[in-house]
Design a protein around this ligand. Sequence first.
Ligand code: NDP
Length: 448
Amino acid sequence: MNRYDYDLLTIGAGSGGVRAARMAATTGARVAIAEDRRLGGTCVNVGCVPKKLLVYAAQFGEAFDDAGGFGWSVGARHIDWRQLIANKDREIERLNGIYGKLLDDSGVTLYRGSARLLDRHTVEIEEKTYTAEHILVATGGRPSRLDIPGAELAITSDEAFALEELPESVLIAGGGYIAVEFAGIFNSLGSAVALHYRGPMFLRGFDADIRSTLAEEMKKRGIDLRFECCPDAIKRGTTGLKVHDSTGSTTDVDQILMAVGRVPRTAGIGLEEVGIELNTKGAVVVDAYSRTCVPNIYAVGDCTDRMNLTPVAIGEAMALVDTLFHNRPTAMDYSNIPTAVFSQPNIGTVGLTEEQARQNHTISVYRSTFRPMKHTMSGREEKTMMKLIVDSENDRVLGVHMVGPDAGEIVQGMAIALKCGATKAQFDATVGIHPTAAEEFVTMRDPI
Ligand code: NDP
């Protein structure tokens, strides 16, 4: 007779929760998962997937612009935003279905409804209670808003994916991933875009050359970048919205998108009542094995606010399944996690920035800035920037950074090299693929 209804009950069916539930079930464990919204979490519904689909839509605008140099004549162009959003929604629905089928096929019981912890082994879902030996909290996060008058008139990324009309003008507040990605999307689709960031240069935490290169490229595309500037009040105007900012200016726009960070979704699910510690941002505090201070309760993904990326949540989930169901205590390895920002052009990065590397290493820096071959004929004045940070003492490559087309695709391969501890000599000994932009990473000979 089993003491509990389930071996594992997961709250939240996003990237981390679904992966943990499915992988645990394949070991023969009895697993349930609760979800009160659509399956797939932020990534599938209001994050990575719809964002990338909109980025593809945006890139067509650029391709039409560039086509003339290659002999094409492109006629009148028009973006049907409603069609784009409807097609995107259809694809998301298909993915929601796939997530349901994956859970079903692996024998995971899905409960639709909001879950709440009653005690350390009991969860209430829609007025029924279930017990579990292990409980996993994987509730993700939600966008935050600036605390300013009229903040409710702005949208966040959640609403941006479902707008009825493409705004003629949009002001984006923030300077992180979401701000620069949406700036690129709206700009390429034809909206007039302004981006307000509170500091001297956006994308804090990225390599300085990445930040300045992207800023230059965004300006070339006509995005109105305003640094040291932040909205401080929003009002309804006669037609759209009026934004007052910290520099004293007022701007009239159709939409204001707040992209000022995300907060963990941890309220109202009984976490603190059962003794789980939350930090000042409301994130679940966990150890290296994703365990909370209540020994049978774990948390992975954005609700822990460690590194808020889908593949990281999945990695944490896999490590947890190893720990709990394969008798192999495993901690997620956070070193050399690559990431891409789907701005126009893209950013791809892995390892240490120049600034970080200088703190503990003597380094050589290799940098190349060039016009991609395509633009010698398209006429576009866009530059690609690539950069390698190398430890001068042992020749190890510590960081790889790129701004340019397909940077995410290119840097994924570089990330394997860094994970293997590749040296600059090994980069140099690698034969390039010609003609590509990526070959530049194996042909940079002179440090700057
Ligand atoms: P980020 O944390 O990346 O950026 C938040 C931005 O808002 C920063 O520029 C920050 O400024 C600014 N900000 C925060 N608080 C305030 C404030 N009170 N007033 C003015 N500005 C403020 O958050 P995002 O919302 O862009 O994205 C959330 C997370 O989602 C990312 O960090 C990333 O982990 C993930 N993500 C990943 C993507 C990908 O992999 N491509 C895509 C989208 C999201 P400052 O830097 O000065 O603090």
